[in-house]
Ligand binder design. Structure first.
Ligand code: PAF
Length: 284
């Protein structure tokens, strides 16, 4: 496995792969890798001749400077994991290598057809502009055949599908396919996240109640309406010492707009625990 830090080297390697007609898989990440990322990489290794993994803590998608500063950076450990599961190339550029000064100031704008007006988009202004800015840049550079994303960030996944369907990427790469990968959970049910590293053992035990409540809500949905389930989820989590719900929305999986039926619905939650912002979701 080779670690690449410049766009020039990446482009040279990718061109070489294309000349040999090798299929390329891409797994974009921000590092601090865990089993959830590993599952994306394993899928890519299985499906493609060559797998590129990007490890880049993208400054333009953080609307909170403290969150950006605190984001774990563990390239050496990440590289060991990636090598052990068969990734071929790790692209780990500096922000200056990725962006010009203007781009760093997040001047990038994209039309998301309303998908970004709710939930994460509402709470983290500019977040999805930054995500699409970096993901589209990675697509242009790596020109993957398939790109892998986790369903834990469900809204991100919807927005990336939207971008690929509508942008010229669709014509440029014709076959570029976004592969949705299921949430990977600890045995306890806690959704794996790089942010879990910032939780104490006690915090992790408390945070288990987030997924537990979401799973319980599948039962509640059999007898309650959407509003009642929403209220019950929020109250149950907020009643646990150490957890505070930022939002819980039951939304249509396609439009991400609030819905009053459980058909094609997803429940998306953000909960604070020990100063860490945790995200999870459940499909009804
Ligand atoms: O999901 C993430 O880790 C990031 O948002 C992504 C897709 C790697 C873009 O920086």
């Amino acid at each position: 496995m080779k670690i690449i830090t410049t766009k020039a080297e990446l482009t040279a390697i990718r061109t070489n792969c294309q000349e040999q007609n090798l299929t390329i898989g891409l797994v974009p990440t921000m590092g601090a890798l865990h089993e959830g990322h590993a599952s994306l990489v394993r899928n890519s290794v299985k499906d493609n001749d060559v797998t590129f993994v990007s490890v880049f803590v993208n400054p333009t998608q953080f609307n909170n400077k403290e969150d950006l500063a605190k984001y774990p950076r563990t390239l050496e450990r990440d590289a060991e994991l990636l090598s052990s599961i068969g990734a071929d190339y790790v692209f780990a550029p500096t922000p200056e290598e990725m962006y010009t000064k203007e781009e760093m100031n997040d001047t990038f704008k994209f039309d998301f057809g309303g998908l970004d007006q709710v939930m994460e988009g509402k709470m983290r202004p500019g977040h999805f502009n930054g995500v699409v800015q970096v993901v589209s840049r990675l697509f242009y550079l790596v020109k993957p055949y398939k790109a892998y994303f986790g369903e834990k960030d469900f809204q991100q996944l919807c927005i990336i599908h939207y971008m690929v369907e509508r942008s010229e990427l669709k014509n440029t790469f014709g076959k570029l396919q976004i592969v949705d990968c299921p949430i990977v959970r600890e045995k306890s049910g806690l959704a794996l996240s790089s942010r879990n590293e910032r939780l104490s053992e006690e915090g992790k035990k408390i945070a288990v109640n987030i997924s537990k409540t979401l799973f319980d809500s599948l039962q509640w949905a059999k007898t309650m309406n959407v509003e009642q389930v929403k209220e019950q989820v929020i109250n149950t989590i907020n009643n646990i010492n150490g957890l505070e719900v930022e939002y819980y929305e039951i939304a249509d999986k396609t439009t991400l707009q609030t819905t009053n039926t459980f058909s094609n619905a997803i429940g998306c939650v953000v909960v604070w625990c020990e100063g860490v912002r945790l995200i999870d979701n459940i499909q009804y």
